[in-house]
Design a protein around this ligand. Structure first.
Ligand SMILES: [Ca+2]
Ligand SMILES: [Ca+2]
Ligand SMILES: [Ca+2]
Length: 630
């Protein structure tokens, strides 16, 4: 693998090329211009070769080929036969092929209007490598795409416009449009199945550099671009409107930087142990932005997925996709189906589908945001570990933020704000599985039942130090709706939740078979009631009272409940999150030091009374201080 420095150099070189010429040292410069009329020996712009193949035939190590604006076919020049579909532009070790040159504007080779023929602008002076050998292509209508391999004026096109097999990174193609390749399924009985791939660029066991190229309107079963067992580098390339896929990786470790994959069935496919590394890439307007199959492990950084039907399909055996600082906007989300893993850090799903995980999938998320989409995470038989994630204004039927079916969830420090479920569980709906929530906040969520959380038939649902406030249910369970299964809450605060039409403003646990335990909790200010149903409640402050050891019924003296601050007032000191400082009140909550004496209090700062407080901050470094010594 090349070092980072080398990669940086090439990125720089690619950028500079957009503006001016690259000044890499070349032994010999060979000129190509399709309408040059001089000696056609490649020695100057005036005497340029008409065919790129003529230049490739004489190029050797350290040569540079400059190609002026125009159209170049692989069957013309060199030893090739006009109309030969197998003719291809072979990349060569040590040779840089550069397109997008203004070239001479008059037949005498003089620049017109003072334009320097060595000026490069790959858009203005488009150098096209075209597989349309007979020049008879017509645009393929979207409905005709599945039939494209049978269209006569396409079947006569090049099978591989460019080939980079067995070359190394000194083989460079820079600044071309590559178009009109077609790899037909029928005509080639090559023993290599991937012979049906690479209509635009076929790379097998190679590692060329493809820079600033536009690859469009190519057709193949295995990718307009095929990287088979290859470690190619792509920088600044746009792959657009190719069918079936813009690009297929089969094993290998290709690198993509500043590339766009758009308007195809598949933006990129990764098969058979592919480990592509992508940075600053965009996947848009495809059926699937990226598909991973068979032990592939793409690593993406700063990438954007937008307006795809699926952003990513991670399925068919043991893939592991790692995404860092990626965005998903206005489209389908990620489907993780089967024994596959996803690791997402600092990712945002906005107006987008979230993550759909089924059957033994594994998700690890840190610091991710799901906003305004359809269900943040839907999990069936998966395991999920989430930390510092936010679900905001997402919408679902069962579970607005998370729908969990027979899955194991571990959530730490996550927030569910303003999500909605048409049926149950505005924040989370869970059935089956084991779920642990630590330091989580559910605020302003809504549903028919279970405004924040609906839990039916779970094996175990555990909440520690959670805040459930201002959620609402149309019917019952403004905060939580629980039926069947074992549910345990420790040091949670439920405040201001509403069951509009029935009961269980805070918690409805009246469903049959529920085994519900509430310890060290504060349930206050919920409408029309606090806890409805049978529950084992101890060392908790329940408005209106609840039978059980150590329970109290007294105003908990929250710091500022109207603004979501449920720290307990204390003359000895209370953490003020607004001012980020400890302050003192003129009253002291009786919930301080009123939790279960057997509960661990030692994380509470001194003086902590040697006993845990009730409520969401009990037992934590933000527990209000005690007037009593330890
Ligand atoms: Ca020209
Ligand atoms: Ca044609
Ligand atoms: Ca205490």
């Amino acid at each position: 693998m090349r070092g980072k420095e080398n990669l940086k150099k090439w990125i720089c070189c690619g950028l500079i090329l957009l503006l001016t010429t690259c000044t890499a040292a070349a032994d010999k410069i060979i000129y190509v211009d399709d309408d040059a009329t001089g000696a056609n020996d490649g020695s100057s712009w005036a005497d340029a070769y008409n065919y790129l193949q003529d230049a490739l035939a004489v190029a050797s190590e350290s040569d540079e080929i400059r190609v002026a604006q125009g159209v170049y076919q692989p069957d013309l020049g060199g030893d090739n036969t006009a109309g030969d579909r197998r003719a291809t532009f072979y990349l060569i070790n040590g040779v840089t092929i550069k397109g997008g040159y203004a070239g001479p504007s008059t037949s005498s080779g003089q620049a017109l209007h003072g334009t320097d023929p060595n000026v490069v602008d790959i858009i203005l002076y488009e150098s096209i490598l075209s597989g349309d050998l007979n020049g008879d292509d017509v645009e393929v209508e979207p409905n005709d795409l599945p039939k494209v391999f049978d269209i006569p004026t396409r079947k006569d096109n090049s099978c591989y416009v460019v080939t980079g097999n067995h070359v190394d990174e000194t083989a460079v193609l820079n600044g071309f449009t590559i178009t009109s390749g077609l790899c037909s399924f029928i005509e080639y009985s090559d023993s290599n199945p991937y012979a049906q791939g690479g209509a635009a660029i076929r790379i097998e066991s190679g590692s060329p550099q493809i820079l600033n190229c536009r690859i469009t309107d190519n057709y193949a079963r295995f990718g307009a671009v095929l990287n088979n067992d290859s470690n190619s580098t792509f920088v600044g390339c746009v792959l657009s409107k190719n069918y079936v896929s813009n690009l297929v990786n089969i094993s290998g470790n290709p690198v993509f930087t500043n590339c766009i994959f758009e308007q195809s069935e598949f933006g990129m496919e990764n098969h058979d142990g592919s480990n592509p590394m992508l940075t600053n890439c965009i996947f848009e307007q495809s059926w699937a932005g990226m598909e991973n199959r068979d032990v592939s492990s793409p690593m993406l950084t700063n990438c954007v997925f937008r307006e795809n039907s699926y952003s990513m399909l991670n399925h068919h055996v043991s893939n592991k996709a790692v995404l860092n600082n990626c965005r998903f906007i206005n489209g389908g989300g990620i489907s993780n189906w089967g024994d596959n893993s996803l690791i997402l850090v600092d990712c945002i799903f906005s107006n987008s589908g979230g993550i759909d995980c089924s059957f033994d999938g594994n998700l690890i998320l840190n610091n991710c945001l799901f906003e305004n989409g359809w269900v943040g995470i839907s999990a069936r038989g998966c395991s999920l570990a989430l930390s510092n994630c936010i679900f905001s204004s997402t919408l679902g039927f069962f579970g607005g933020g998370i729908e969990s079916i027979d899955s194991d969830l571990f959530l730490y420090n996550c927030k569910f704000i303003g999500n909605h479920a048409n049926a149950h569980g505005g924040g989370i709906y869970s059935t089956g599985g084991n779920i642990s929530l630590y330091n989580c906040i559910f605020s302003g969520n809504s549903a028919d039942m279970g405004g924040a959380i609906a839990s039916h038939h779970v094996n175990l649902l555990l909440l520690y130090n959670c805040i459930i406030n201002n959620n609402s249910a149309d019917y019952r369970g403004g905060g939580m709706d629980i039926s069947s299964g074992k549910v345990m809450l420790y040091n949670c605060t439920l405040y201001g939740n509403t069951a509009e039409r029935l009961f269980g403003g805070g918690i409805d646990c009246s469903g049959s078979g529920s085994d519900f335990t509430l310890t060290n909790c504060i349930v206050w200010g919920n409408t029309p009631d606090q806890v409805y149903g049978e529950a084992v409640v101890s060392y908790s402050d329940i408005q209106g009272g609840f039978s059980g050891e150590g329970n109290i019924d007294i105003d908990p003296l929250f710091a500022d409940p109207d603004n979501g601050d449920y720290h307990l007032k204390s003359q000895a000191g209370r953490w003020n999150p607004v001012g980020q400082a400890w302050i003192q009140d003129n009253v002291t909550s009786l919930c301080i030091d009123a939790g279960d004496p057997r509960s661990a209090w030692y994380e509470e700062p001194q003086p902590n009374g040697g006993r845990i407080n009730m409520g969401a901050y009990g037992g934590t470094p933000e527990a209000s201080s005690s007037l009593a010594a330890n």
